[in-house]
Design a protein around this ligand. Structure first.
Ligand SMILES: [Zn+2]
Ligand SMILES: [Zn+2]
Ligand SMILES: [Zn+2]
Ligand SMILES: [Zn+2]
Length: 407
């Protein structure tokens, strides 16, 4: 499914030919023949025995992604230790540069020793006894909590889902969440840890048929993991595969979800024009099904507005938000996160209107003020949403100033 390069010539192949025994992928019959004669005849049975080419590919990606996650986590821990040491250095400001450097080096060595002592909360080892991998942490856990081996986290999730499947449990979504969320701090895994668990999940269920719910859930886990790991191109391939299957099954809900995910990947890849096309379609569809006041519709409007802005289609964004903002204000409330984001996008889109009248600009500044105040009240000064509202307020004031409306 994700093997898209010819095993013989490495060309991207859209019309795929696969070895009927092991599923190795080729761009042409000729390449398959050459590959067979140059050694695949000897490897084919072994690949089949190990679960086929897709399984081997997933296994390989899994191992590589663990390595990256472990390296990144070790590096983060080291920089944190260095930062702490540098903070202490504040008191040693009378030291000369040489002394400071030596002190930082010693602190870094200490940090490395400490790092070796960090152990996995599941198997209690520092280095995994079989895989020899180090521990990671990619959630909200602090202090000495939450370090684990990706292999141990994956095993835990796998066993929990397996147990649920055998006893037909009704808490399957909670069991599935073990693939994506830390059981201690209950926050989602981030970045490369999320990516490694995505591959772990996929390789666990890759052998199941496409109709199996577990396989489809695993696709979603892999796709989100790849997004978290900054691999939007591969994530797009995953979500496109999901979309193709959803079409085949005529499963409307899955089609909508997969389309949304594809659009997210496209935006991430800077393919804004394609993202806008999908987001327009989704917004119209959700609005038709649920009505304008529904939160799903308003979230879809927000997504569309953001992608319109990325494409610099400000007038379409303005027209959309002029209609949506008042509805969000009444149905969600002025301090709801979605409303705040819609408002700041509206303010920004208004600021980009070269033909705006003085009254319109004044209205934009007023909205920016009230939105910023609502964010401050609800989320406090340090929150990301408050920053967003403050930034659009600053923009609005500059524009108003230039137009001679504000001093
Ligand atoms: Zn080829
Ligand atoms: Zn083969
Ligand atoms: Zn472990
Ligand atoms: Zn945690």
């Amino acid at each position: 499914m994700f093997l898209t390069k010819c095993a013989a010539c490495a060309a991207d192949c859209t019309t795929v030919k696969a070895c009927s025994r092991c599923q190795t992928v080729y761009c042409s019959v000729q390449c398959q023949k050459t590959h067979w004669e140059s050694g695949h005849d000897k490897l084919c049975k072994m690949i089949k025995k190990k679960g086929g080419a897709e399984q081997l590919y997933a296994d390989k990606q899994y191992k590589a992604s663990i390595k990256l996650a472990v390296e990144k986590c070790a590096k983060d821990a080291r920089s944190q230790a260095l930062l702490n040491a540098a903070k202490q250095l504040g008191d040693l400001s009378f030291c000369d540069m040489e002394e400071r450097k030596r002190f930082l080096e010693l602190s870094a060595e200490d940090a490395e020793i400490e790092e070796d002592e960090v152990t996995c909360y599941i198997c209690l080892d520092s280095i995994h006894s079989e895989t020899k991998e180090g521990v990671v942490r990619g959630c909200g856990c602090k202090g000495s909590q939450g370090h684990a081996h990706v292999t141990c986290l994956a095993k835990q999730a796998q066993l929990s889902v397996e147990e649920g499947e055998t006893m037909n449990a009704d808490d399957m979504s909670a069991r599935w969440s073990k693939w994506t969320r830390c059981g201690i701090c209950e926050q989602n895994y981030r970045s490369l840890v999320s990516c490694a668990l995505g591959w772990a999940c996929w390789r666990t269920y890759v052998q199941r048929p496409m109709e199996a719910p577990a396989k489809r859930a695993a696709l979603t886990t892999l796709g989100s993991g790849l997004m978290d790991g900054d691999r939007a191109g591969e994530a797009l391939t995953v979500f496109q595969a999901q979309l193709k299957h959803a079409y085949k099954e005529q499963d409307e809900e899955s089609i909508t979800a997969a389309k949304g995910n594809c659009a997210m990947c496209l935006s991430n890849l800077g393919r804004d024009a394609e993202a806008v096309v999908i987001n327009r379609e989704l917004y119209a569809q959700i609005r038709k099904a649920s009505g304008l006041e529904d939160i799903d519709t308003l979230v879809a409007a927000l997504t569309l507005a953001k992608s319109l802005r990325a494409l610099s289609s400000f007038s379409e964004a303005r027209a959309l938000l002029r209609e949506v903002v008042p509805v969000a204000m009444t149905s969600l409330g002025g301090d709801h996160g979605v409303t705040l984001e819609l408002n700041s996008n509206f303010v920004r889109a208004m600021c980009m209107d070269l033909n705006a009248t003085a009254d319109q600009l004044k209205a934009a500044v007023d909205l920016a003020h009230s939105t910023h105040e609502a964010a401050l009240r609800r989320y406090g000064d340090g929150h990301e949403l408050t920053h967003l509202c403050r930034a659009s307020l600053a923009d609005a004031r500059v524009v108003a100033q230039n137009a001679g409306l504000e001093r």
